[in-house]
Design a binder for this molecule. Structure first.
Ligand SMILES: NC(=O)c1ccc[n+]([C@@H]2O[C@H](COP(=O)([O-])OP(=O)(O)OC[C@H]3O[C@@H](n4cnc5c(N)ncnc54)[C@H](O)[C@@H]3O)[C@@H](O)[C@H]2O)c1
Length: 303
């Protein structure tokens, strides 16, 4: 099996690459290093420095003949999508279409796509199942939802199989504090050096935090599921408030943490938790790391 991982030098992508290498797959990473770094890339993988928007991507995929593509490369932050909607659209939509064209012409069997809980917007009822109403509140959520629609139509029109994974807030080793779910890495880094933690809003807002190795496993299983050509939520189904998160971190770090409160950020949703029954049943997957365990592993990597 030969697999291309776009964004494989980034946080989640690099863990997916580790999982593929462990499975003995020939793994190639494509990344423009705008946010990721070479140190993240498993030495057993081949690295290509390239932007997913480059027109000659089609030649590369034509020459390499990948069986599968796992697409993680993206503009990943809500605030950036609001500050620069054109850039968000360029990378997350035009970049995807460029990649899909290359997949179609080179005979890729299946693409696995990193979508986000941001496609749902601010829901009234939780936890969210896949068919819930989708009203993104940011251009980032909109670009992910649009990308999902492209995948559906590439399958219907050209037979390119896909699996969309809508991640909750992912955390773990190698995360920087710039990404969508970066609150944990930001808090842990600050906690270790005794700096105050900035909570946007009053801390009662909730998130569904999923450990990165569980997400990598879901990507791996999505390659082989017989239940492809649809979207799956990838989270834990548990709603944790930011204030609870701080309390849990305090116990793990072993000292009192100083918190300061700032106004909520534009585009951020208030509550989030995903129903994961479909992924458990159809991908034969379930999260195996508790929040305390995942936080502990992340903390160890930062010390
Ligand atoms: N981290 C989360 O909590 C979370 C939640 C939901 C969805 N996602 C999605 O998961 C995917 C991975 O996110 P991450 O947290 O690992 O982010 P990340 O920034 O660590 O990884 C993204 C990688 O893509 C690369 N990249 C960006 N633009 C590129 C381009 N134009 N061409 C080639 N490479 C490019 C970056 O250099 C980086 O290595 C993204 O699609 C993101 O939107 C992440």
């Amino acid at each position: 099996m030969k697999v291309l991982v776009t964004g494989g030098a980034g946080f989640i992508g690099s863990h997916i690459v580790d999982r593929l290498i462990e499975a003995g797959f020939q793994t190639v990473v494509l990344d423009n290093l705008s946010a990721g770094c070479l140190a993240n890339v498993n030495p057993a993988a081949r690295f290509i420095e390239k932007d997913v928007r480059e027109r000659d991507l089609v030649d590369l995929l034509g020459a390499e003949r990948f069986d599968f593509v796992i697409h993680q490369a993206a503009q990943t932050t809500v605030p950036k999508s609001l500050a620069d909607p054109r850039y968000d659209c360029d990378v997350n939509i035009m970049g995807l279409v460029n990649l899909l064209e290359a997949c179609r012409s080179s005979g890729v069997k299946r693409i696995v796509f990193a979508s986000s809980a941001a496609v749902y917007g601010d829901p009234a009822v939780l936890p969210l199942h896949e068919e819930a109403d989708k009203q993104p509140t940011s251009f980032y959520g909109l670009s992910k939802l649009t990308a999902e629609k492209y995948l559906e139509l590439y399958y219907k029109n050209f037979g390119l199989e896909y699996v969309t994974l809508r991640y909750a807030n992912v955390y773990g080793e190698r995360q920087t504090d710039s990404g969508e779910g970066g609150v944990i890495s930001s808090f842990l880094t600050k906690a270790l050096v005794g700096e105050p933690l900035t909570v946007f809003g009053d801390g009662t807002q909730t998130r569904d935090f999923i450990y990165v190795r569980d997400v990598a496993e879901a990507n791996y299983r999505a390659l082989f599921t017989a239940n492809a050509n649809r979207s799956y939520n990838i989270g834990t189904g548990q709603e944790i408030s930011i204030n609870e998160l701080v309390r849990l971190m305090q116990r793990l770090v072993g000292k009192p943490l100083i918190t300061q409160y700032a106004p909520p950020r534009a585009g951020d949703i208030y509550r989030s938790a995903l129903k994961i029954l479909a992924a458990c049943a159809n991908l034969d997957w379930q999260p195996v790391y508790s929040l305390a365990e995942g936080l502990g592993r992340t903390l160890t990597s930062l010390r």
